[in-house]
Design a protein around this ligand. Structure first.
Ligand code: PRX
Length: 654
């Protein structure tokens, strides 16, 4: 499809009547201003989307060599004020969230006023429990309304939230708590997934055996589990909130534009996950502006971003973006296939969702079950579809466009990252025809360039692949890695000095459309979630029987990429299925179920260069079954190793 691009523009004339940005000319003009007239353009946008207590002194100051970036310096504002107080009078009865439980019989409608009241009360609870401005608060909650409540309560008092996705293990929770130095954790007795209870509090208990510095745990009762809390440090959410002495209003803490708002951990090619830090003004502006313009969201429309809030997508497009704009969103606790494979469509029809945003991996898994599940429901409310997290393959794109989008809804394929805070390269629905698989053009303020990553030279002709860099700062970009600014510089600003390195390969076609090829570092994208190969390897080598492990990503029909581990056992250890299961469990315990290896191949030896470096390129080819195309193997120390591995390849029936 990439070579013979078909242009999709059925929606274009209709959108040109209603969209905020109505043509390529209008986009070009705004884009040029956003890059060349930074002060004026971004002042206008900040005035439009945010309310400052004190206006900024300067719009942008930066130095990419030291990775010091300041947007709206001197400004004072509060994120919770911008999400709630700013419009609570006008929108008090407007729905902020339609919450849909894992159990379809459970749902809740939360208005802006109700959300405002809950956030104020929980902010008071945090204060009463000693949380101060700048303190880090770890939040480990499922997709329930209390999750945005806890985040906004932190923001209200100036505390920094660190949300951990419910699919991470006790071990991962402990290392994040230790890394950010949190003294308080907000959690839940349990969550639900496809009707089954998940013991989230148990994971926290296990994590806290290694985190003595945590002195308070606030537990929301959601799954009705009969837990005994430790009175020395644990309190029930509902009891704390019922305290009659609690004030019903907490004044929003005045925060500087560059004060930290949250930390979100994400995997890289080396070491442990990094605590990516986002700050106030720039991040909030980027989230709000993209939410409105990319989805062309109108004030009376309902939006649904299916991502878990434990990831950046949920932070930006279920919490901050929609609330700053005063939009109505769906918040869904469950999974797409419970009780049936039509759960998403049932909710879309029930809540008359206008704009829907999900991941290609979800589309592939739904498509596999057949279009009958979609056709059972009236999806005529849908006006626009979005995707995020990984490149979308042509089959999935066509299925989404045809069955969900009625051959009319534009699909905005949004490329961005945890570190970018908001969408970076994406179609806008009335600007230009869409090419399936391409994320089209840069959003305002984003200045991408494709370079040879070794020489730093710009690629010379359309279609030539290189590495994607960003030349200038944009408001939503991360400001540092928590506690390790040098790592921030080394990871993102050192590859080619003076530019932000994305880690992705990309090309631009003759029409200027961007095409993302995927990661060019040792990061695997499993179902749109990032995992470092080094993390999985470190987990595997913890096993006393394992001598060495090498992990690579391989093409997986549903997940996009799967995890393939080559494991060398110690001399004399039997290669049993039991050991294989034990290793899978070890990874799940160390990182979480999202890192479950899809295949483990016993490798008596790994292919290495003469200097002892594992040749991952070869391992990737072997895992993908591309054995006729192994490339140059002359540098390998012992070529016979490769033949043995090729013969022992694990073939999966996904
Ligand atoms: O490789 C790119 C891929 O996901 C990576 C970022 O992952 P994460 O920080 O977990 O954030 C995911 C959600 C924003 C990128 O480096 N990626 C994300 N969106 C796309 C994509 N690849 C291709 N097309 C996309 N639309």
């Amino acid at each position: 499809m990439e070579n013979t691009p078909k242009w999709y523009d059925a929606h274009l004339q209709d959108y040109r009547k209603v969209a905020y940005i109505k043509s390529k000319e209008e986009y070009d003009e705004l884009y040029n201003r956003s890059i060349n007239d930074i002060d004026r353009f971004w002042s206008e946008q900040a005035d439009k989307y945010l309310t400052f207590e004190k206006r900024w002194d300067s719009v942008l100051k930066y130095d990419f060599n030291t990775a010091d970036i300041e947007w709206f310096g001197g400004g004072i504002l509060n994120a919770s004020y911008n999400c709630l107080d700013k419009h609570v009078d006008k929108l008090k009865n407007k729905v902020a969230y339609y919450w849909e439980g894992d159990n379809p019989a459970e749902s809740k409608v939360v208005t802006y006023l109700e959300l405002y009241n809950e956030v104020n009360k929980f902010a008071a609870v945090l204060l009463a429990n000693g949380v101060k401005k700048g303190d880090r608060v770890i939040i480990y909650l499922p997709m329930i309304v209390e999750l945005p409540v806890a985040m906004l309560a932190c923001a209200r008092i100036g505390a920094v939230h660190g949300v951990i996705f419910g699919g991470f293990s006790a071990e991962s929770i402990a290392s994040r708590i230790q890394d950010c130095g949190a003294k308080i954790v907000v959690t839940v007795d349990g969550g639900f997934r496809a009707g089954k209870p998940l013991p989230l509090k148990k994971n926290v208990d296990e994590a806290l055996t290694r985190c003595p510095e945590v002195t308070k745990v606030i537990v929301f009762k959601h799954a009705g589990m009969d837990l005994k809390l430790d009175p020395s440090k644990e309190i029930w959410w509902h009891e704390a909130m019922a305290d009659p002495n609690l004030p019903s209003y907490v004044k929003p803490e005045p925060m500087s534009s560059e004060d930290p708002l949250f930390i979100l951990y994400t995997s890289g090619s080396t070491g442990k996950p990094k605590g990516v830090l986002h700050t106030h003004a720039g991040y909030l502006l980027h989230a709000a502006m993209t939410n409105r313009l990319v989805f062309d969201l109108k004030d009376d429309e309902t939006f649904w971003c299916t991502a878990d809030i434990g990831w950046i997508t949920g932070h930006s497009y279920t919490v901050y973006g929609p609330l700053i704009n005063g939009f109505t969103s769906v918040l869904f606790e469950g999974v797409p296939n419970y009780p049936g494979w039509d759960r998403y469509w049932e909710i879309v029809a029930k809540r008359k969702v206008d704009k829907f945003y999900t991941a290609p991996t979800v589309i592939r898994s739904l498509a596999r079950e057949g279009a009958g599940w979609v056709e059972k429901h009236d999806l005529s409310s849908l006006k626009l579809l979005g995707t995020v997290g990984e490149p979308i393959n042509p089959e999935a794109w066509r299925w989404y466009y045809h069955y969900v989008g009625r051959d009319w809804c534009p699909i905005v394929d949004t490329w961005w990252q945890t570190e970018t805070g908001g969408q970076m390269i994406t179609p806008l629905p009335a600007v230009a025809p869409i090419k399936p698989g391409s994320c089209s053009f840069p959003f305002f303020g984003i200045d991408p360039v494709i370079l040879d990553p070794d020489t730093g030279e710009e690629v010379k002709y359309p279609g030539q692949e290189g590495a994607l860099f960003i030349r200038k700062p944009w408001p939503g970009m991360a400001r540092t890695v928590f506690g390790d600014h040098q790592r921030f510089i080394d990871t993102y600003f050192s590859r080619i000095p003076g530019m932000y390195f994305t880690g992705d390969g990309a090309k631009q076609d003759e029409d200027g459309y961007f095409w993302i090829a995927g990661r060019i570092d040792d990061v695997i994208n499993v179902s749109g979630h990032r995992l470092g190969t080094a993390e999985v390897e470190s987990a595997l080598v913890l096993h006393p029987d394992v001598a060495e492990a090498a992990v690579v990503g391989f093409p997986h029909p549903i997940k996009g990429q799967g995890i393939y581990a080559f494991v060398t056992l110690n001399q004399g250890v039997a290669k049993t299925d039991e050991l294989r299961k034990g290793l899978v469990n070890l990874v799940r315990q160390q990182i979480g179920p999202i890192a479950t290896p899809d295949a483990i191949q016993w490798a008596d030896a790994l292919p290495k260069t003469r200097s002892g470096k594992i040749m991952r390129r070869l391992l990737r080819k072997i895992s993908a079954g591309q054995i006729d195309d192994l490339g140059d193997t002359t540098t390998i120390a012992d070529p016979s190793v490769v033949d043995t591995l090729v013969k022992g390849r694990v073939v999966l029936n996904a």
